[in-house]
Design a protein around this ligand. Structure first.
Ligand code: ADP
Ligand code: MG
Length: 250
């Protein structure tokens, strides 16, 4: 497995949000994490991406143990993510948001910034080129110089993808990438995820739009109350009694 969790557990005080979860994410595939509200999906992403420390269990990436790594270092290894609520700077342009994302990967420090070193100038140029490249990839070239606050919800989602892609990841974790986007715009986001995979990326997403999941996921993992209750292909999950009960009950 490309990314694998074993017995992964995250507790907040007395609440076990992620409870002993084994998940495998296969390279070059689309894996979906589904489950009722509060199931622990976002927390699972937060733990894998190093935003929250793990309570118990392990996470490996390409065979390397990354359980104790913090978000910044996980991102550097090639694991990018988007957030359930897009955390873009609304009063900055789409382009500037992506440039900031890219600079996570570059090495200039305060010293370079103060002295305007050649390295800094080179990196700034590279960041801009990278931003142009990923904005073209997500279909936002025309919106590049608009303020985030002025673009559609769907364009914001694409911009969040671009921010993630600017770090040259191998895997992207997308937390509800189509939330708040109207149904006919959802198709464009589906195409974009297929395009990511066609370009060698591995995608893991959380999504509530069941039709979308059934259409794009290669593998589905179902969480309920922190526990993995089922996994399988869309066909298998659609007909799984335990899953149906969890949704009806939850
Ligand atoms: P989902 O994304 O599946 O809707 P979450 O992972 O956001 O669910 O939440 C799972 C459970 O963990 C919920 O009961 C939620 O209230 C709790 N939780 C999530 N994040 C925190 C946190 N930072 N502190 C305390 N409790 C949290
Ligand atoms: Mg969530």
């Amino acid at each position: 497995m490309f990314i694998e969790t074993k017995g992964l557990t995250k507790a907040f005080g007395g609440l076990t949000a992620v409870d002993n979860v084994d998940v495998g994410i296969e390279k070059g595939k689309i894996t979906a994490i589904i489950g009722p509200n509060g199931a622990g999906k976002s927390t699972l992403f937060n733990v894998i991406s190093g935003f929250y420390p793990t309570t118990k269990g392990t996470i490996t990436f390409n065979g390397e143990d990354i359980t104790k790594k913090k978000a910044f270092n996980v991102a550097k290894l090639g694991i990018a993510r988007t957030f359930q609520t897009t955390n873009l700077f609304e009063q900055a342009t789409v382009m500037d948001n992506v440039i900031v994302g890219h600079r996570l990967r570059t090495k200039s420090g305060v010293f370079d910034a103060l002295l305007r070193t050649p390295r800094l100038k080179r990196e700034e140029r590279e960041s801009r080129e990278k931003a142009e490249e990923v904005l073209a990839f997500v279909g936002l070239t025309k919106e590049a110089n608009r303020l985030v606050s002025d673009v559609s919800q769907e364009a914001k989602k694409r911009a969040a993808f671009a921010v993630a892609l600017a770090t040259d990841p191998e895997v992207v974790f997308l937390d509800e990438p189509a939330a708040g986007v109207n149904p006919d715009e959802t198709d464009g986001l589906i195409d974009l995820m297929h395009k990511m995979v066609a370009n060698g990326l591995t995608v893991c997403l959380i999504e509530h739009k069941m039709q979308m999941i059934m259409e794009i996921a290669d593998h589905i993992v179902v969480l309920n109350q922190g526990k993995k209750i089922a996994e399988g292909t869309p066909e298998e999950i659609q007909n799984n009694e335990t899953v149906i009960q969890a949704y009806l009950g939850g």
